[in-house]
Design a protein around this ligand. Sequence first.
Ligand code: ADP
Length: 631
Amino acid sequence: MTDSKFNSLSYFYTDESLNFIFETFESAVVIENTNRLIAYTNLQFCKLFDIKLSPKELVSTSILDNVKGFSMQFERSDEFVKSQLEIPEKKTPVRGEKWTLRNGKIVVRDYTPILNNSLVVGHIWLYREHKQIKALTNNVSYHIIENALNTLPEEIAIFSANAEILFANKAYINNTEKRLWARNKTLEQYFSYANKSSEIAKLRTHNILKSAATLKAISWQETKLTLNNRSQHYLRICYPVLNSNGTLESVIEQSIEITASIELERKLKQATDYMFATLNNLNDFVLQTDEELKLQFINKAWENMTGQHFEEYAGKSIFEILSVTRYELYQKMFAVLAGDSLQKNGSLLLKGKDGKEKVLQYNLQPSFNVNRNKQGIIATLSDVTSKQMQETQLLELVKREKELNELKTSFVNMVSHELRTPLTVISSSAEILDLMLQAGKSHSDIAIYTKQIIDEVEKMTAFMQDLLMVSKIEAGKVETNLKETDIVDFVTNLINNGFNPWKDGRNAVVNVRRTPVKAAIDSKLLTHALQNLLQNAFKYSSGKSDVKVRISFSKSYYNISVIDNGIGIPETEIHKLFTSFFRATNTSNISGTGIGLIVTKYFTEQHKGYVSVKSKMNKGSIFTIKLPYNK
Ligand code: ADP
């Protein structure tokens, strides 16, 4: 009987058309006879439970006993075996029972008894893998979610671990027929069916599988051309969905249109490029740092001026370029970083690659990063070297102009004084002469007055000659005729002819140090030079001791110093000596022209020597001319 029942079901397997139907089923099918032996099963069953035997080989075996370890694949294997035994006895269909396998898969099992005149003649078991994510298993919520997902503008699709489409929303596949077709197909199958680029399908599949393998989200960008040839950009992300055991259930792929942000990014880049191009075209120097004062940007002007290139310094501290030893700049930078002031100015000196020192005026301002939360510094520096030079030159000119004016005033004062005194003497002497002549005085009586007139005229002539000399000197019209001369003889003669003794009876005492050497001199010029020094020494030390003249010979120079114990020169005025018509403020009751030292200086320089002075108020002065031997 049992056998005949079994035999009565054997047509299942032999009937090709039924076989065809079951093979195209997505579900795994097992048909048992009343003895619970397999009358039919399909490939999907072997696949689902990873059974190495073919469906044919399973016929006549028992699921419970013979299919090796079949029930053991279930997590609650005892319960499963029990249900396999009990369900057929109730003779009623059971639908949608979920069973978890030990490998993590969830299978849904349906049971249907095969009835023949209310007699059970067999059992149909259907198994299918429960691939949908949990929320989608309930039919009601599945539709709600499906509808919701279909109304979203973003493309959303759910894939199995092996990248088969479990679900795709309308945005992903618009055409309903195609959408249904695509279920359980791979993207590559769908793309070829829908005549779309296989490259894209490959890329997406690759990323879905990668996400499934690594359990990590993966994102990439895709660009589509619209009908009017405009690019649309999409960010695609796929991420794994895990079940409560932490094992992979599915992979969701989603796309978000980012054309607007890409466009914004492009515009931002354009604006940034434009800004950098502008900064690079500036003549001013621009340096930008981050919040740690690390260099983010150096413009071309800076690179050209210093020869320092951004690539070398990118990310390095700004103090590798602008040394920390610039303490003021250093302080200001930290003040700006601390947000204490919105801008700081200052100036610094810097050597350019041409080796020339430049004066740079800087301005420091805070610069923010994109998120405006961290602040760096933007330093702009301008080269003000030539401007400052012009300013100095201008100041110099103004100063010179002022000096010239002062000079003019002192010259006019001096000339009028120097001429008025002798003229007064001459005029009064002439009047006396006139009176004496009327009175019939003798020649010897009037001689004293004629001498006075002659003396004053001589003084005026000497003064005029001095003035003439200065103008000659200033015009560079004085010629030098050098002749080898015994210096000690020369100085001694000069002193003896006019100075020893001086009007007040004092002398100039000569002292020679080291062995005298002959030197080539223009005796006329050097006489003038020394005469002026000697006259001054006596003139400004009236009532004091003798004047000393020291001649010393060294290897390549000899010095002639004229030393007095006179009124000295105020310290603050010493630097003004040797300028035309200058007279110190302590000379008001001693007459003079302010010409003598100029002549001395010029004539000394004509001998390639120079004059120096040491002086102390009310103590005395030493004027020294240092001369080469000129051999
Ligand atoms: P001056 O005719 O006024 O003496 P100089 O050119 O010879 O003109 O000297 C310029 C100024 O230098 C003097 O007016 C005086 O103030 C100062 N000076 C020069 N020599 C001496 C000196 N030996 N002692 C003090 N002051 C001196």
